[in-house]
Write a protein that binds this ligand. Structure first.
Ligand SMILES: Cc1ncc(COP(=O)(O)O)c(C=O)c1O
Length: 399
C-alpha cells in the first residue's frame, strides 16, 4: 500500500452535485460571462454580510486593487498594513505607486495591532492615504479601535477579508453593519471558506465607492455588459470614461458561488467543530500554542505555533514529520518583509518586525475544511502529540 492512499490533503474544496448542476445550467444558457448569475450572487452576498453594495470581481487581489483606487490612494502615499500576509495585500499598494507601511502584528491574533497603528499615524499621519488590516485566518481584527484611529485622521479602511466567512460578520458577537469606512474584500480562491475556483467580492456601504469600482472593474466603460444586451440603447454603444481594468466575475463562477453561499453556514459549523476538537486536544500541551479562540473566528486556517525551547526540533522538521505521517501541512505566511522584492526595495531585515518573524518561524497550519472526517482529525491530533512527545525537551533546571 502506498503511503499516499491515506494522505490527508491540507485543503479540499467542498463541491457537490448542486455546484455541478449550477455550472451546467449556465453552460447551457448561452450566457457565460458576467450577467444574471453574477448580479444575483452580489444581491445574495449583500444580504448575507449586511452591507449596502457588493461587487463581484475576478479575485480578492482585484477587489483590493479596485478598493484602494476608488478610495483615492495616490502614488507616493503610504498605506498602512502588516507584513504577515499573502503577497496580494501589499502588491496592490504598489500597483498604484504607493508604498506599504508595514506595522508589526499582535503575537496572539497575528493581526494589525491598534497600538502600533495609533503610533504610526501620529508619526506618519500626513503621508498615509489608507489603512489595510488583514483578518488573518478569519479572526477579525480589532475593528472598533482601528476604525476609531482611522476616523481621527479621516482615513479610509480597506479590510482584507480574504480569510473571512461570508456569513454575518460579528465582532465580539455583535452584528457588524453600517460601519464600513471603506471596503471589505472577500476571496473565493479554491481553498477559501467558500469558493468559485477564483473570484472575489467587494462589500461597501458607500455608494460613490461602489460606483467607482463598478466602472473600473470593466475597462472604465459606462455600461455593464448585461445592460448592453438588455437595455433599449443600442447594444454596441458604450463610452470609455476611464482607463479601467478587466476584473469582472463570470456567470460560470458566480453560479458556483451562489450554491456555496447557501452552504456557508453549514461549512462554518464544520470548521468550528474541527477547531473545537483541535483546541480541546492540543491547548493544554506546553510545547504548543493554539490559536486565539473567538465566537467570531471564521477558521479559514488553524494556526498552531510550536514553543521552541520545549522541542529539540524546529518548525520545519516538525512539518516534515507530519508530512511523513501523511498529513498535508502548510505555513502561513512567510512575512512579506523578508521576501526578495520588499527586502530589495525597502532594505528590510528579519528583525524589523520581530513578532511577525517569530510567528512565522514557529507556526504551521493544520488541515481544516468541511470534508475533513472525525477520523482524519483524530489522526492529525495523534500525529501532533506523538511528534511533540518524541522531541520533547524539559527546560534545564532554573531556566
Ligand atoms: C490574506 C490574503 N489576502 C488576499 C488574498 C488574495 O486572494 P485572491 O487569490 O482571491 O486574489 C489571499 C489569497 O490567498 C490572502 O490569503
Amino acid at each position: 500500500m502506498s503511503r499516499n492512499t491515506d494522505f490527508i490533503p491540507f485543503a479540499r474544496p467542498a463541491i457537490g452535485r448542486e455546484e455541478e448542476r449550477a455550472v451546467i445550467s449556465v453552460l447551457r444558457s448561452g450566457w457565460l460571462t458576467t450577467g444574471r448569475e453574477a448580479r444575483k450572487f452580489e444581491e445574495e452576498f449583500a444580504a448575507s454580510v449586511g452591507t449596502s453594495y457588493t461587487l463581484a470581481v475576478s479575485s480578492a487581489t482585484a477587489g483590493l486593487h479596485l478598493s484602494l483606487e476608488a478610495l483615492g490612494v495616490k502614488a507616493n502615499s503610504l498605506v498602512i498594513t502588516t507584513p504577515y500576509s499573502f503577497a496580494a495585500s501589499a502588491e496592490v499598494i504598489r500597483y498604484l505607486g504607493a508604498d506599504p507601511f508595514f506595522l508589526d502584528i499582535e503575537e496572539d491574533s497575528f493581526n494589525l495591532s491598534p497600538e502600533n497603528l495609533e503610533k504610526a499615524l501620529a508619526e506618519q499621519g500626513e503621508r498615509v492615504s489608507a489603512i489595510l488590516p488583514v483578518h488573518i485566518a478569519g479572526l477579525p481584527c480589532s475593528m472598533a479601535e482601528i476604525l476609531e484611529h482611522a476616523g481621527n485622521y479621516k482615513l479610509p479602511v480597506v479590510e482584507d477579508g480574504a480569510h473571512m466567512q461570508p456569513g454575518e460578520f460579528t465582532e465580539k458577537g455583535d452584528r457588524y453593519r453600517g460601519t464600513l469606512e471603506g471596503t471589505r474584500v472577500y476571496s473565493f480562491y479554491c481553498t477559501k471558506t467558500i469558493t468559485t475556483g477564483e473570484g472575489g467580492m467587494v462589500a461597501t456601504d458607500r455608494q460613490e465607492v461602489a460606483e467607482r469600482i463598478r466602472l473600473m472593474r470593466l475597462h472604465g466603460i459606462d455600461r455593464e455588459v448585461w445592460d448592453r444586451y438588455t437595455s433599449k440603447k443600442p447594444s454596441w454603444y458604450y463610452q470609455v470614461e476611464e482607463a479601467g481594468y478587466k476584473y469582472n466575475l463570470t456567470d460560470l463562477a458566480a453560479a458556483i458561488g451562489r450554491v456555496q453561499l447557501r452552504k456557508a453556514a453549514e461549512f462554518l459549523k464544520a470548521r468550528k467543530r474541527i477547531a473545537g476538537r483541535y483546541l480541546a486536544a492540543l491547548s493544554a500541551l506546553d510545547f504548543l500554542k493554539t490559536p486565539q479562540n473567538s465566537e467570531a473566528h471564521g477558521w479559514h486556517l488553524f494556526l498552531l505555533r510550536i514553543v521552541e525551547d520545549r522541542l529539540s526540533i524546529g518548525r520545519d522538521a516538525f512539518v516534515n514529520e507530519l508530512q511523513q505521517r501523511g498529513i498535508g501541512i502548510s505555513v502561513h505566511f512567510i512575512p512579506l518583509h523578508i521576501m526578495p522584492y520588499y527586502k530589495r526595495r525597502y532594505g528590510y531585515r528579519e528583525d524589523d518586525f520581530p513578532t511577525a518573524f517569530k510567528n512565522f518561524r514557529t507556526s504551521l497550519s493544520l488541515p481544516i475544511y468541511p470534508g475533513l472526517t472525525d477520523k482524519e482529525v483524530e489522526r492529525v491530533i495523534e500525529a501532533v502529540k506523538h511528534i511533540g512527545s518524541k522531541y520533547y525537551q524539559r527546560r534545564s533546571h532554573g531556566a
